[in-house]
Ligand binder design. Structure first.
Ligand SMILES: [Zn+2]
Length: 183
């Protein structure tokens, strides 16, 4: 079970980062890889054998969360479609509410792969009202889109790293200004 706030934030960040846009490497791209990842995160008790459809669902949920984190970065994204994907995954996992010492927690009835994906959706649902959630973002660079936690005081960080994506953006806007001047 995913408990502390930081573990929850890390889980969501790591999940989004299972796909590296720049290299095209997807660490949950096959049933075996997904099973391994879910088990490493402690999201399943027993070893699961995901179907191809479940792999597809897991990837759709991941990309939906990436969209939501993009809106946290002030970028317009299709939050409506993303929400629908997460709602559907919640339904498939049969997410239900349970009370733990009076505190409501979402828990999947399904104990397989769908349930594990449901736990991630539940984590997003639990985090969403918190201030920390707004700090979880995806990089503004459209070729990068890495998820990161913005620790800046005024929550203004736009790129995963100033050295790479931040500089790339600076160079781009420099070129654009320069081109505008010489045009
Ligand atoms: Zn980046």
């Amino acid at each position: 079970m995913v408990t502390t706030l930081h573990t929850q934030l890390d889980l969501v960040r790591d999940y989004v980062n299972t796909f590296d846009l720049e290299t095209g490497i997807d660490t949950i791209g096959t049933p075996d890889e997904l099973a391994l990842w879910l088990s490493e995160q402690g999201l399943v008790d027993d070893f699961v054998e995901p179907t191809e459809q479940e792999v597809e669902d897991a990837r759709a949920v991941r990309e939906a969360i990436r969209e939501l984190l993009l809106t946290n970065n002030g970028v317009e994204a299709d939050a409506g479609a993303a929400s629908k994907t997460l709602e559907e995954a919640g339904r498939k996992a049969r997410l239900g509410v349970r009370f733990e010492d009076g505190r409501p927690v979402l828990e999947p009835e399904d104990d397989g792969t769908r349930g594990a994906i449901g736990r991630i959706v539940a984590t997003v649902a639990e985090l969403a009202p918190s201030d920390e959630w707004k700090r979880l973002k995806t990089c503004r660079d459209e070729h990068c889109r890495v998820a990161f936690y913005d620790q800046s005081r005024n929550r203004s960080r736009a790129w995963c790293s100033m050295e790479v994506c931040g500089n790339r953006e600076k160079a781009r806007s420099f070129r654009q200004r320069h081109a505008a001047k010489t045009a």
